[in-house]
Design a protein around this ligand. Structure first.
Ligand code: URA
Length: 320
């Protein structure tokens, strides 16, 4: 990508993010501008086409083996032409529970590694949440295979993740790592990301974590959406209520959705309990049942991916 193109793209994204923060949902964009951003020449048209903040529908994923090299996703299709708005949209802030889907920076050339590196740089330089910027040790972008078939989505970094710069490395992370191993996979084969890339601050507290606020999630989730758009996993597993709330843009009762396949922009999404909940329940009566529920959700993910499941795996965490 040329410097000029990168600058144009960065400036455009920044401008759109400012508009989005003011509640603007649509902006008029001339087809020539869209084409310039996409890097393809088109004939100028008489009327500007609106560029929507709504994410475009995802291309249908093709079946493929888990570890196989994968093609880079095609460039995001431009939205279909529609009548130009007569007057500028009124500046009305969206209700806090509504996530305005920001445009994702998928390069026209389809170079996933370069796009990922650029996205990581933008996340690392992000200063949108001043309280989190002031307290964070590092931005925790994500880890794993950028062409993974299976992607886990968590809530936010905790103390250990903030210190190490990697998601799910504390006690909950060790539980997740064991579950991934039980699936016959490694952390390097899957991708692990969070809704929030910075640790939620805990002013006045020396230890402990807090869940992200809806505003923090709405601010940060475009990074996760861009990661998902670049990876295009065949299966998403959401770990806990905050992960679901971040993805869907509204509060979710995890007990109401856990274990049921949902659709996230064309990708099968399996909501399950967060590993820290599994840890908390471990010693309690019924702790094994919770672990088994999570395991059944992961078995469903394995089946969806066409991974082999042995009898031993099928029977993990069943009562003796
Ligand atoms: N919990 C999360 O949701 N994410 C992490 O990275 C660590 C703990």
């Amino acid at each position: 990508m040329s410097d000029a193109y990168a600058q144009l793209l960065a400036a455009t994204i920044q401008h759109l993010e400012v508009l989005k923060s003011r509640g603007v949902r649509h902006v008029p964009v001339r087809p020539e501008t869209l084409a310039a951003l996409a890097g393809t020449p088109v004939k100028p048209a008489a009327r500007p086409a609106p560029l929507s903040f709504a994410a475009p529908p995802a291309p249908a994923p093709a079946p493929r083996p888990v570890a196989a090299p994968r093609p880079v996703p095609p460039p995001t299709p431009a939205p279909p032409p529609a009548p130009a708005p007569v007057a500028p949209a009124p500046v009305v802030p969206p209700p806090p529970s509504v996530v305005v889907r920001a445009p994702v920076a998928i390069p026209a050339a389809g170079d996933r590694a370069a796009a990922f590196a650029e996205l990581r740089q933008r996340a690392l330089a992000c200063v949108q949440c001043p309280n989190l910027v002031a307290s964070r040790r590092q931005v925790v972008f994500g880890v794993g295979n950028e062409a993974a078939e299976l992607m886990f989505v968590g809530e936010a970094p905790g103390v250990e993740e903030d210190a190490q710069g990697e998601p799910f490395v504390g006690p909950a992370g060790q539980m997740l790592t064991k579950m991934i191993g039980a699936m016959g996979l490694s952390r390097a084969q899957v991708y692990i990301g969070n809704v929030l890339k910075c640790r939620p601050d805990t002013p006045g507290q020396k230890f402990g974590n807090r869940p992200p606020t809806p505003e923090e999630m709405a601010t940060c989730v475009p990074f996760l959406q861009a990661q998902i758009d670049l990876i295009r996993p065949r299966v998403l597993v959401a770990l806990g209520a905050s992960a679901m709330a971040g993805l869907l843009g509204h509060p979710v009762k995890i007990t109401g959705v856990r274990g049921r396949w949902l659709d996230y922009r064309g990708i099968p999404l399996m909501p399950t309990f967060h590993p820290s909940y599994v840890l908390r329940q471990q010693e309690a009566a019924g702790g094994l049942a919770v672990k088994r529920q999570v395991w059944e959700d992961l078995l469903a993910a394995m089946a969806k991916l066409g991974l082999p499941i042995s009898d031993k795996q099928r029977n993990y965490f069943l009562k003796a």
